[in-house]
Design a protein around this ligand. Structure first.
Ligand code: DGL
Length: 275
């Protein structure tokens, strides 16, 4: 199917492996309220963070194609694991359709480099993201030399995606993930998975009040705004836009979790098959 003509009326498409990308959507809804959004949670294939680079590239290619064929004027990768493994594939597919991609990872690296005082930066992310080396590359491309401590958190996104509940064992798990960051005396930590801002208070308590936590949402919204303005694709009316949700898993579970995290009604959730 050919992609539709790109016009300001088309939505901004966004995806994640589950509900984590809602932390990015939330910032976009606040910063660009007049835009329309379509969000796809590929929750049938969660967790992306445990997938091989090859699998991630396939999933990212498939989801990107699907969203662009439905019609979108901008593609936002609101998942660090997807961006670390398949950002180049998504950019290639989108470029063929004449569409820009905005993705997590580089924005957090830039913010962290600007924020750190002692130059010691921590990254907490999924195994797929850490193993891709994407943050090391992005951080070493900054203007200043940084000491980077990366920690794989294989189970944290899954606890959040399951909808908690938090128990002492979850707090112990978070403590063990944060231990190497504390030992390295980082003063800035990149939350390198879009699920993690949903447990920000716990991470801040364990890491200490003085540690700066870096997330991508705000920067993504600002970049999206710039890209749309440059391309002449921003919506010019002042009406509040719409948002709609697609998922590959169970729509009711998505609704329950998504409503809790977004703190807004999700409306009808369409289940899509991406075999
Ligand atoms: N939100 C995804 C990320 O940013 C979640 C992790 C996963 O699917 O494992 O990496």
């Amino acid at each position: 199917m050919a992609a539709p003509e790109i016009t300001p009326e088309l939505p901004i498409a966004m995806f994640d492996s589950g509900v984590g990308g809602l932390t990015v959507l939330h910032e976009c809804l606040v910063s660009l309220p007049e835009e329309d959004y379509v969000y796809l949670g590929d929750d049938a294939r969660f967790p992306y963070g445990a997938r091989t680079a090859e699998d991630l590239r396939k999933h990212v290619a498939q989801v990107s194609r699907y969203l662009l064929e439905r019609g979108a004027k901008l593609l936002v990768i609101a998942c660090n694991s997807a961006a670390s493994g398949g950002q180049d594939v998504a950019r290639h597919i989108a470029a063929e359709a004449g569409i820009e991609v905005v993705a997590v990872i580089e924005p957090e690296a830039e913010i962290a480099a600007a924020l750190t005082d002692n130059g010691s930066v921590g990254v907490l992310a999924t195994p797929a993201t850490v193993r891709s080396g994407a943050y090391l590359r992005a951080l070493s491309a900054q203007q200043r030399a940084l000491t980077v401590t990366e920690v794989e958190a294989p189970d944290l996104a899954a606890v959040i995606q399951r909808g908690f509940p938090f128990s002492d064992s979850v707090v112990d798990m978070v403590r063990s993930y944060c231990e190497p960051l504390k030992r390295a005396e980082v003063d800035t930590v990149i939350l390198g998975c879009t699920h993690y801002p949903l447990v920000r208070p716990m991470l801040q308590r364990v890491l200490g009040r003085e540690v700066r936590l870096v997330t991508a949402g705000h920067a993504i919204a600002a970049t999206a705004e710039r890209q749309l303005d440059t391309a002449g694709l921003s919506k010019t009316d002042n009406e509040e836009g719409t948002y709609r949700f697609l998922c590959t898993g169970d729509p009711e579970s998505f609704r329950e979790l998504g409503t809790r995290f977004l703190q807004m009604p999700l409306g009808e959730i369409e289940r899509v098959d991406l075999p």
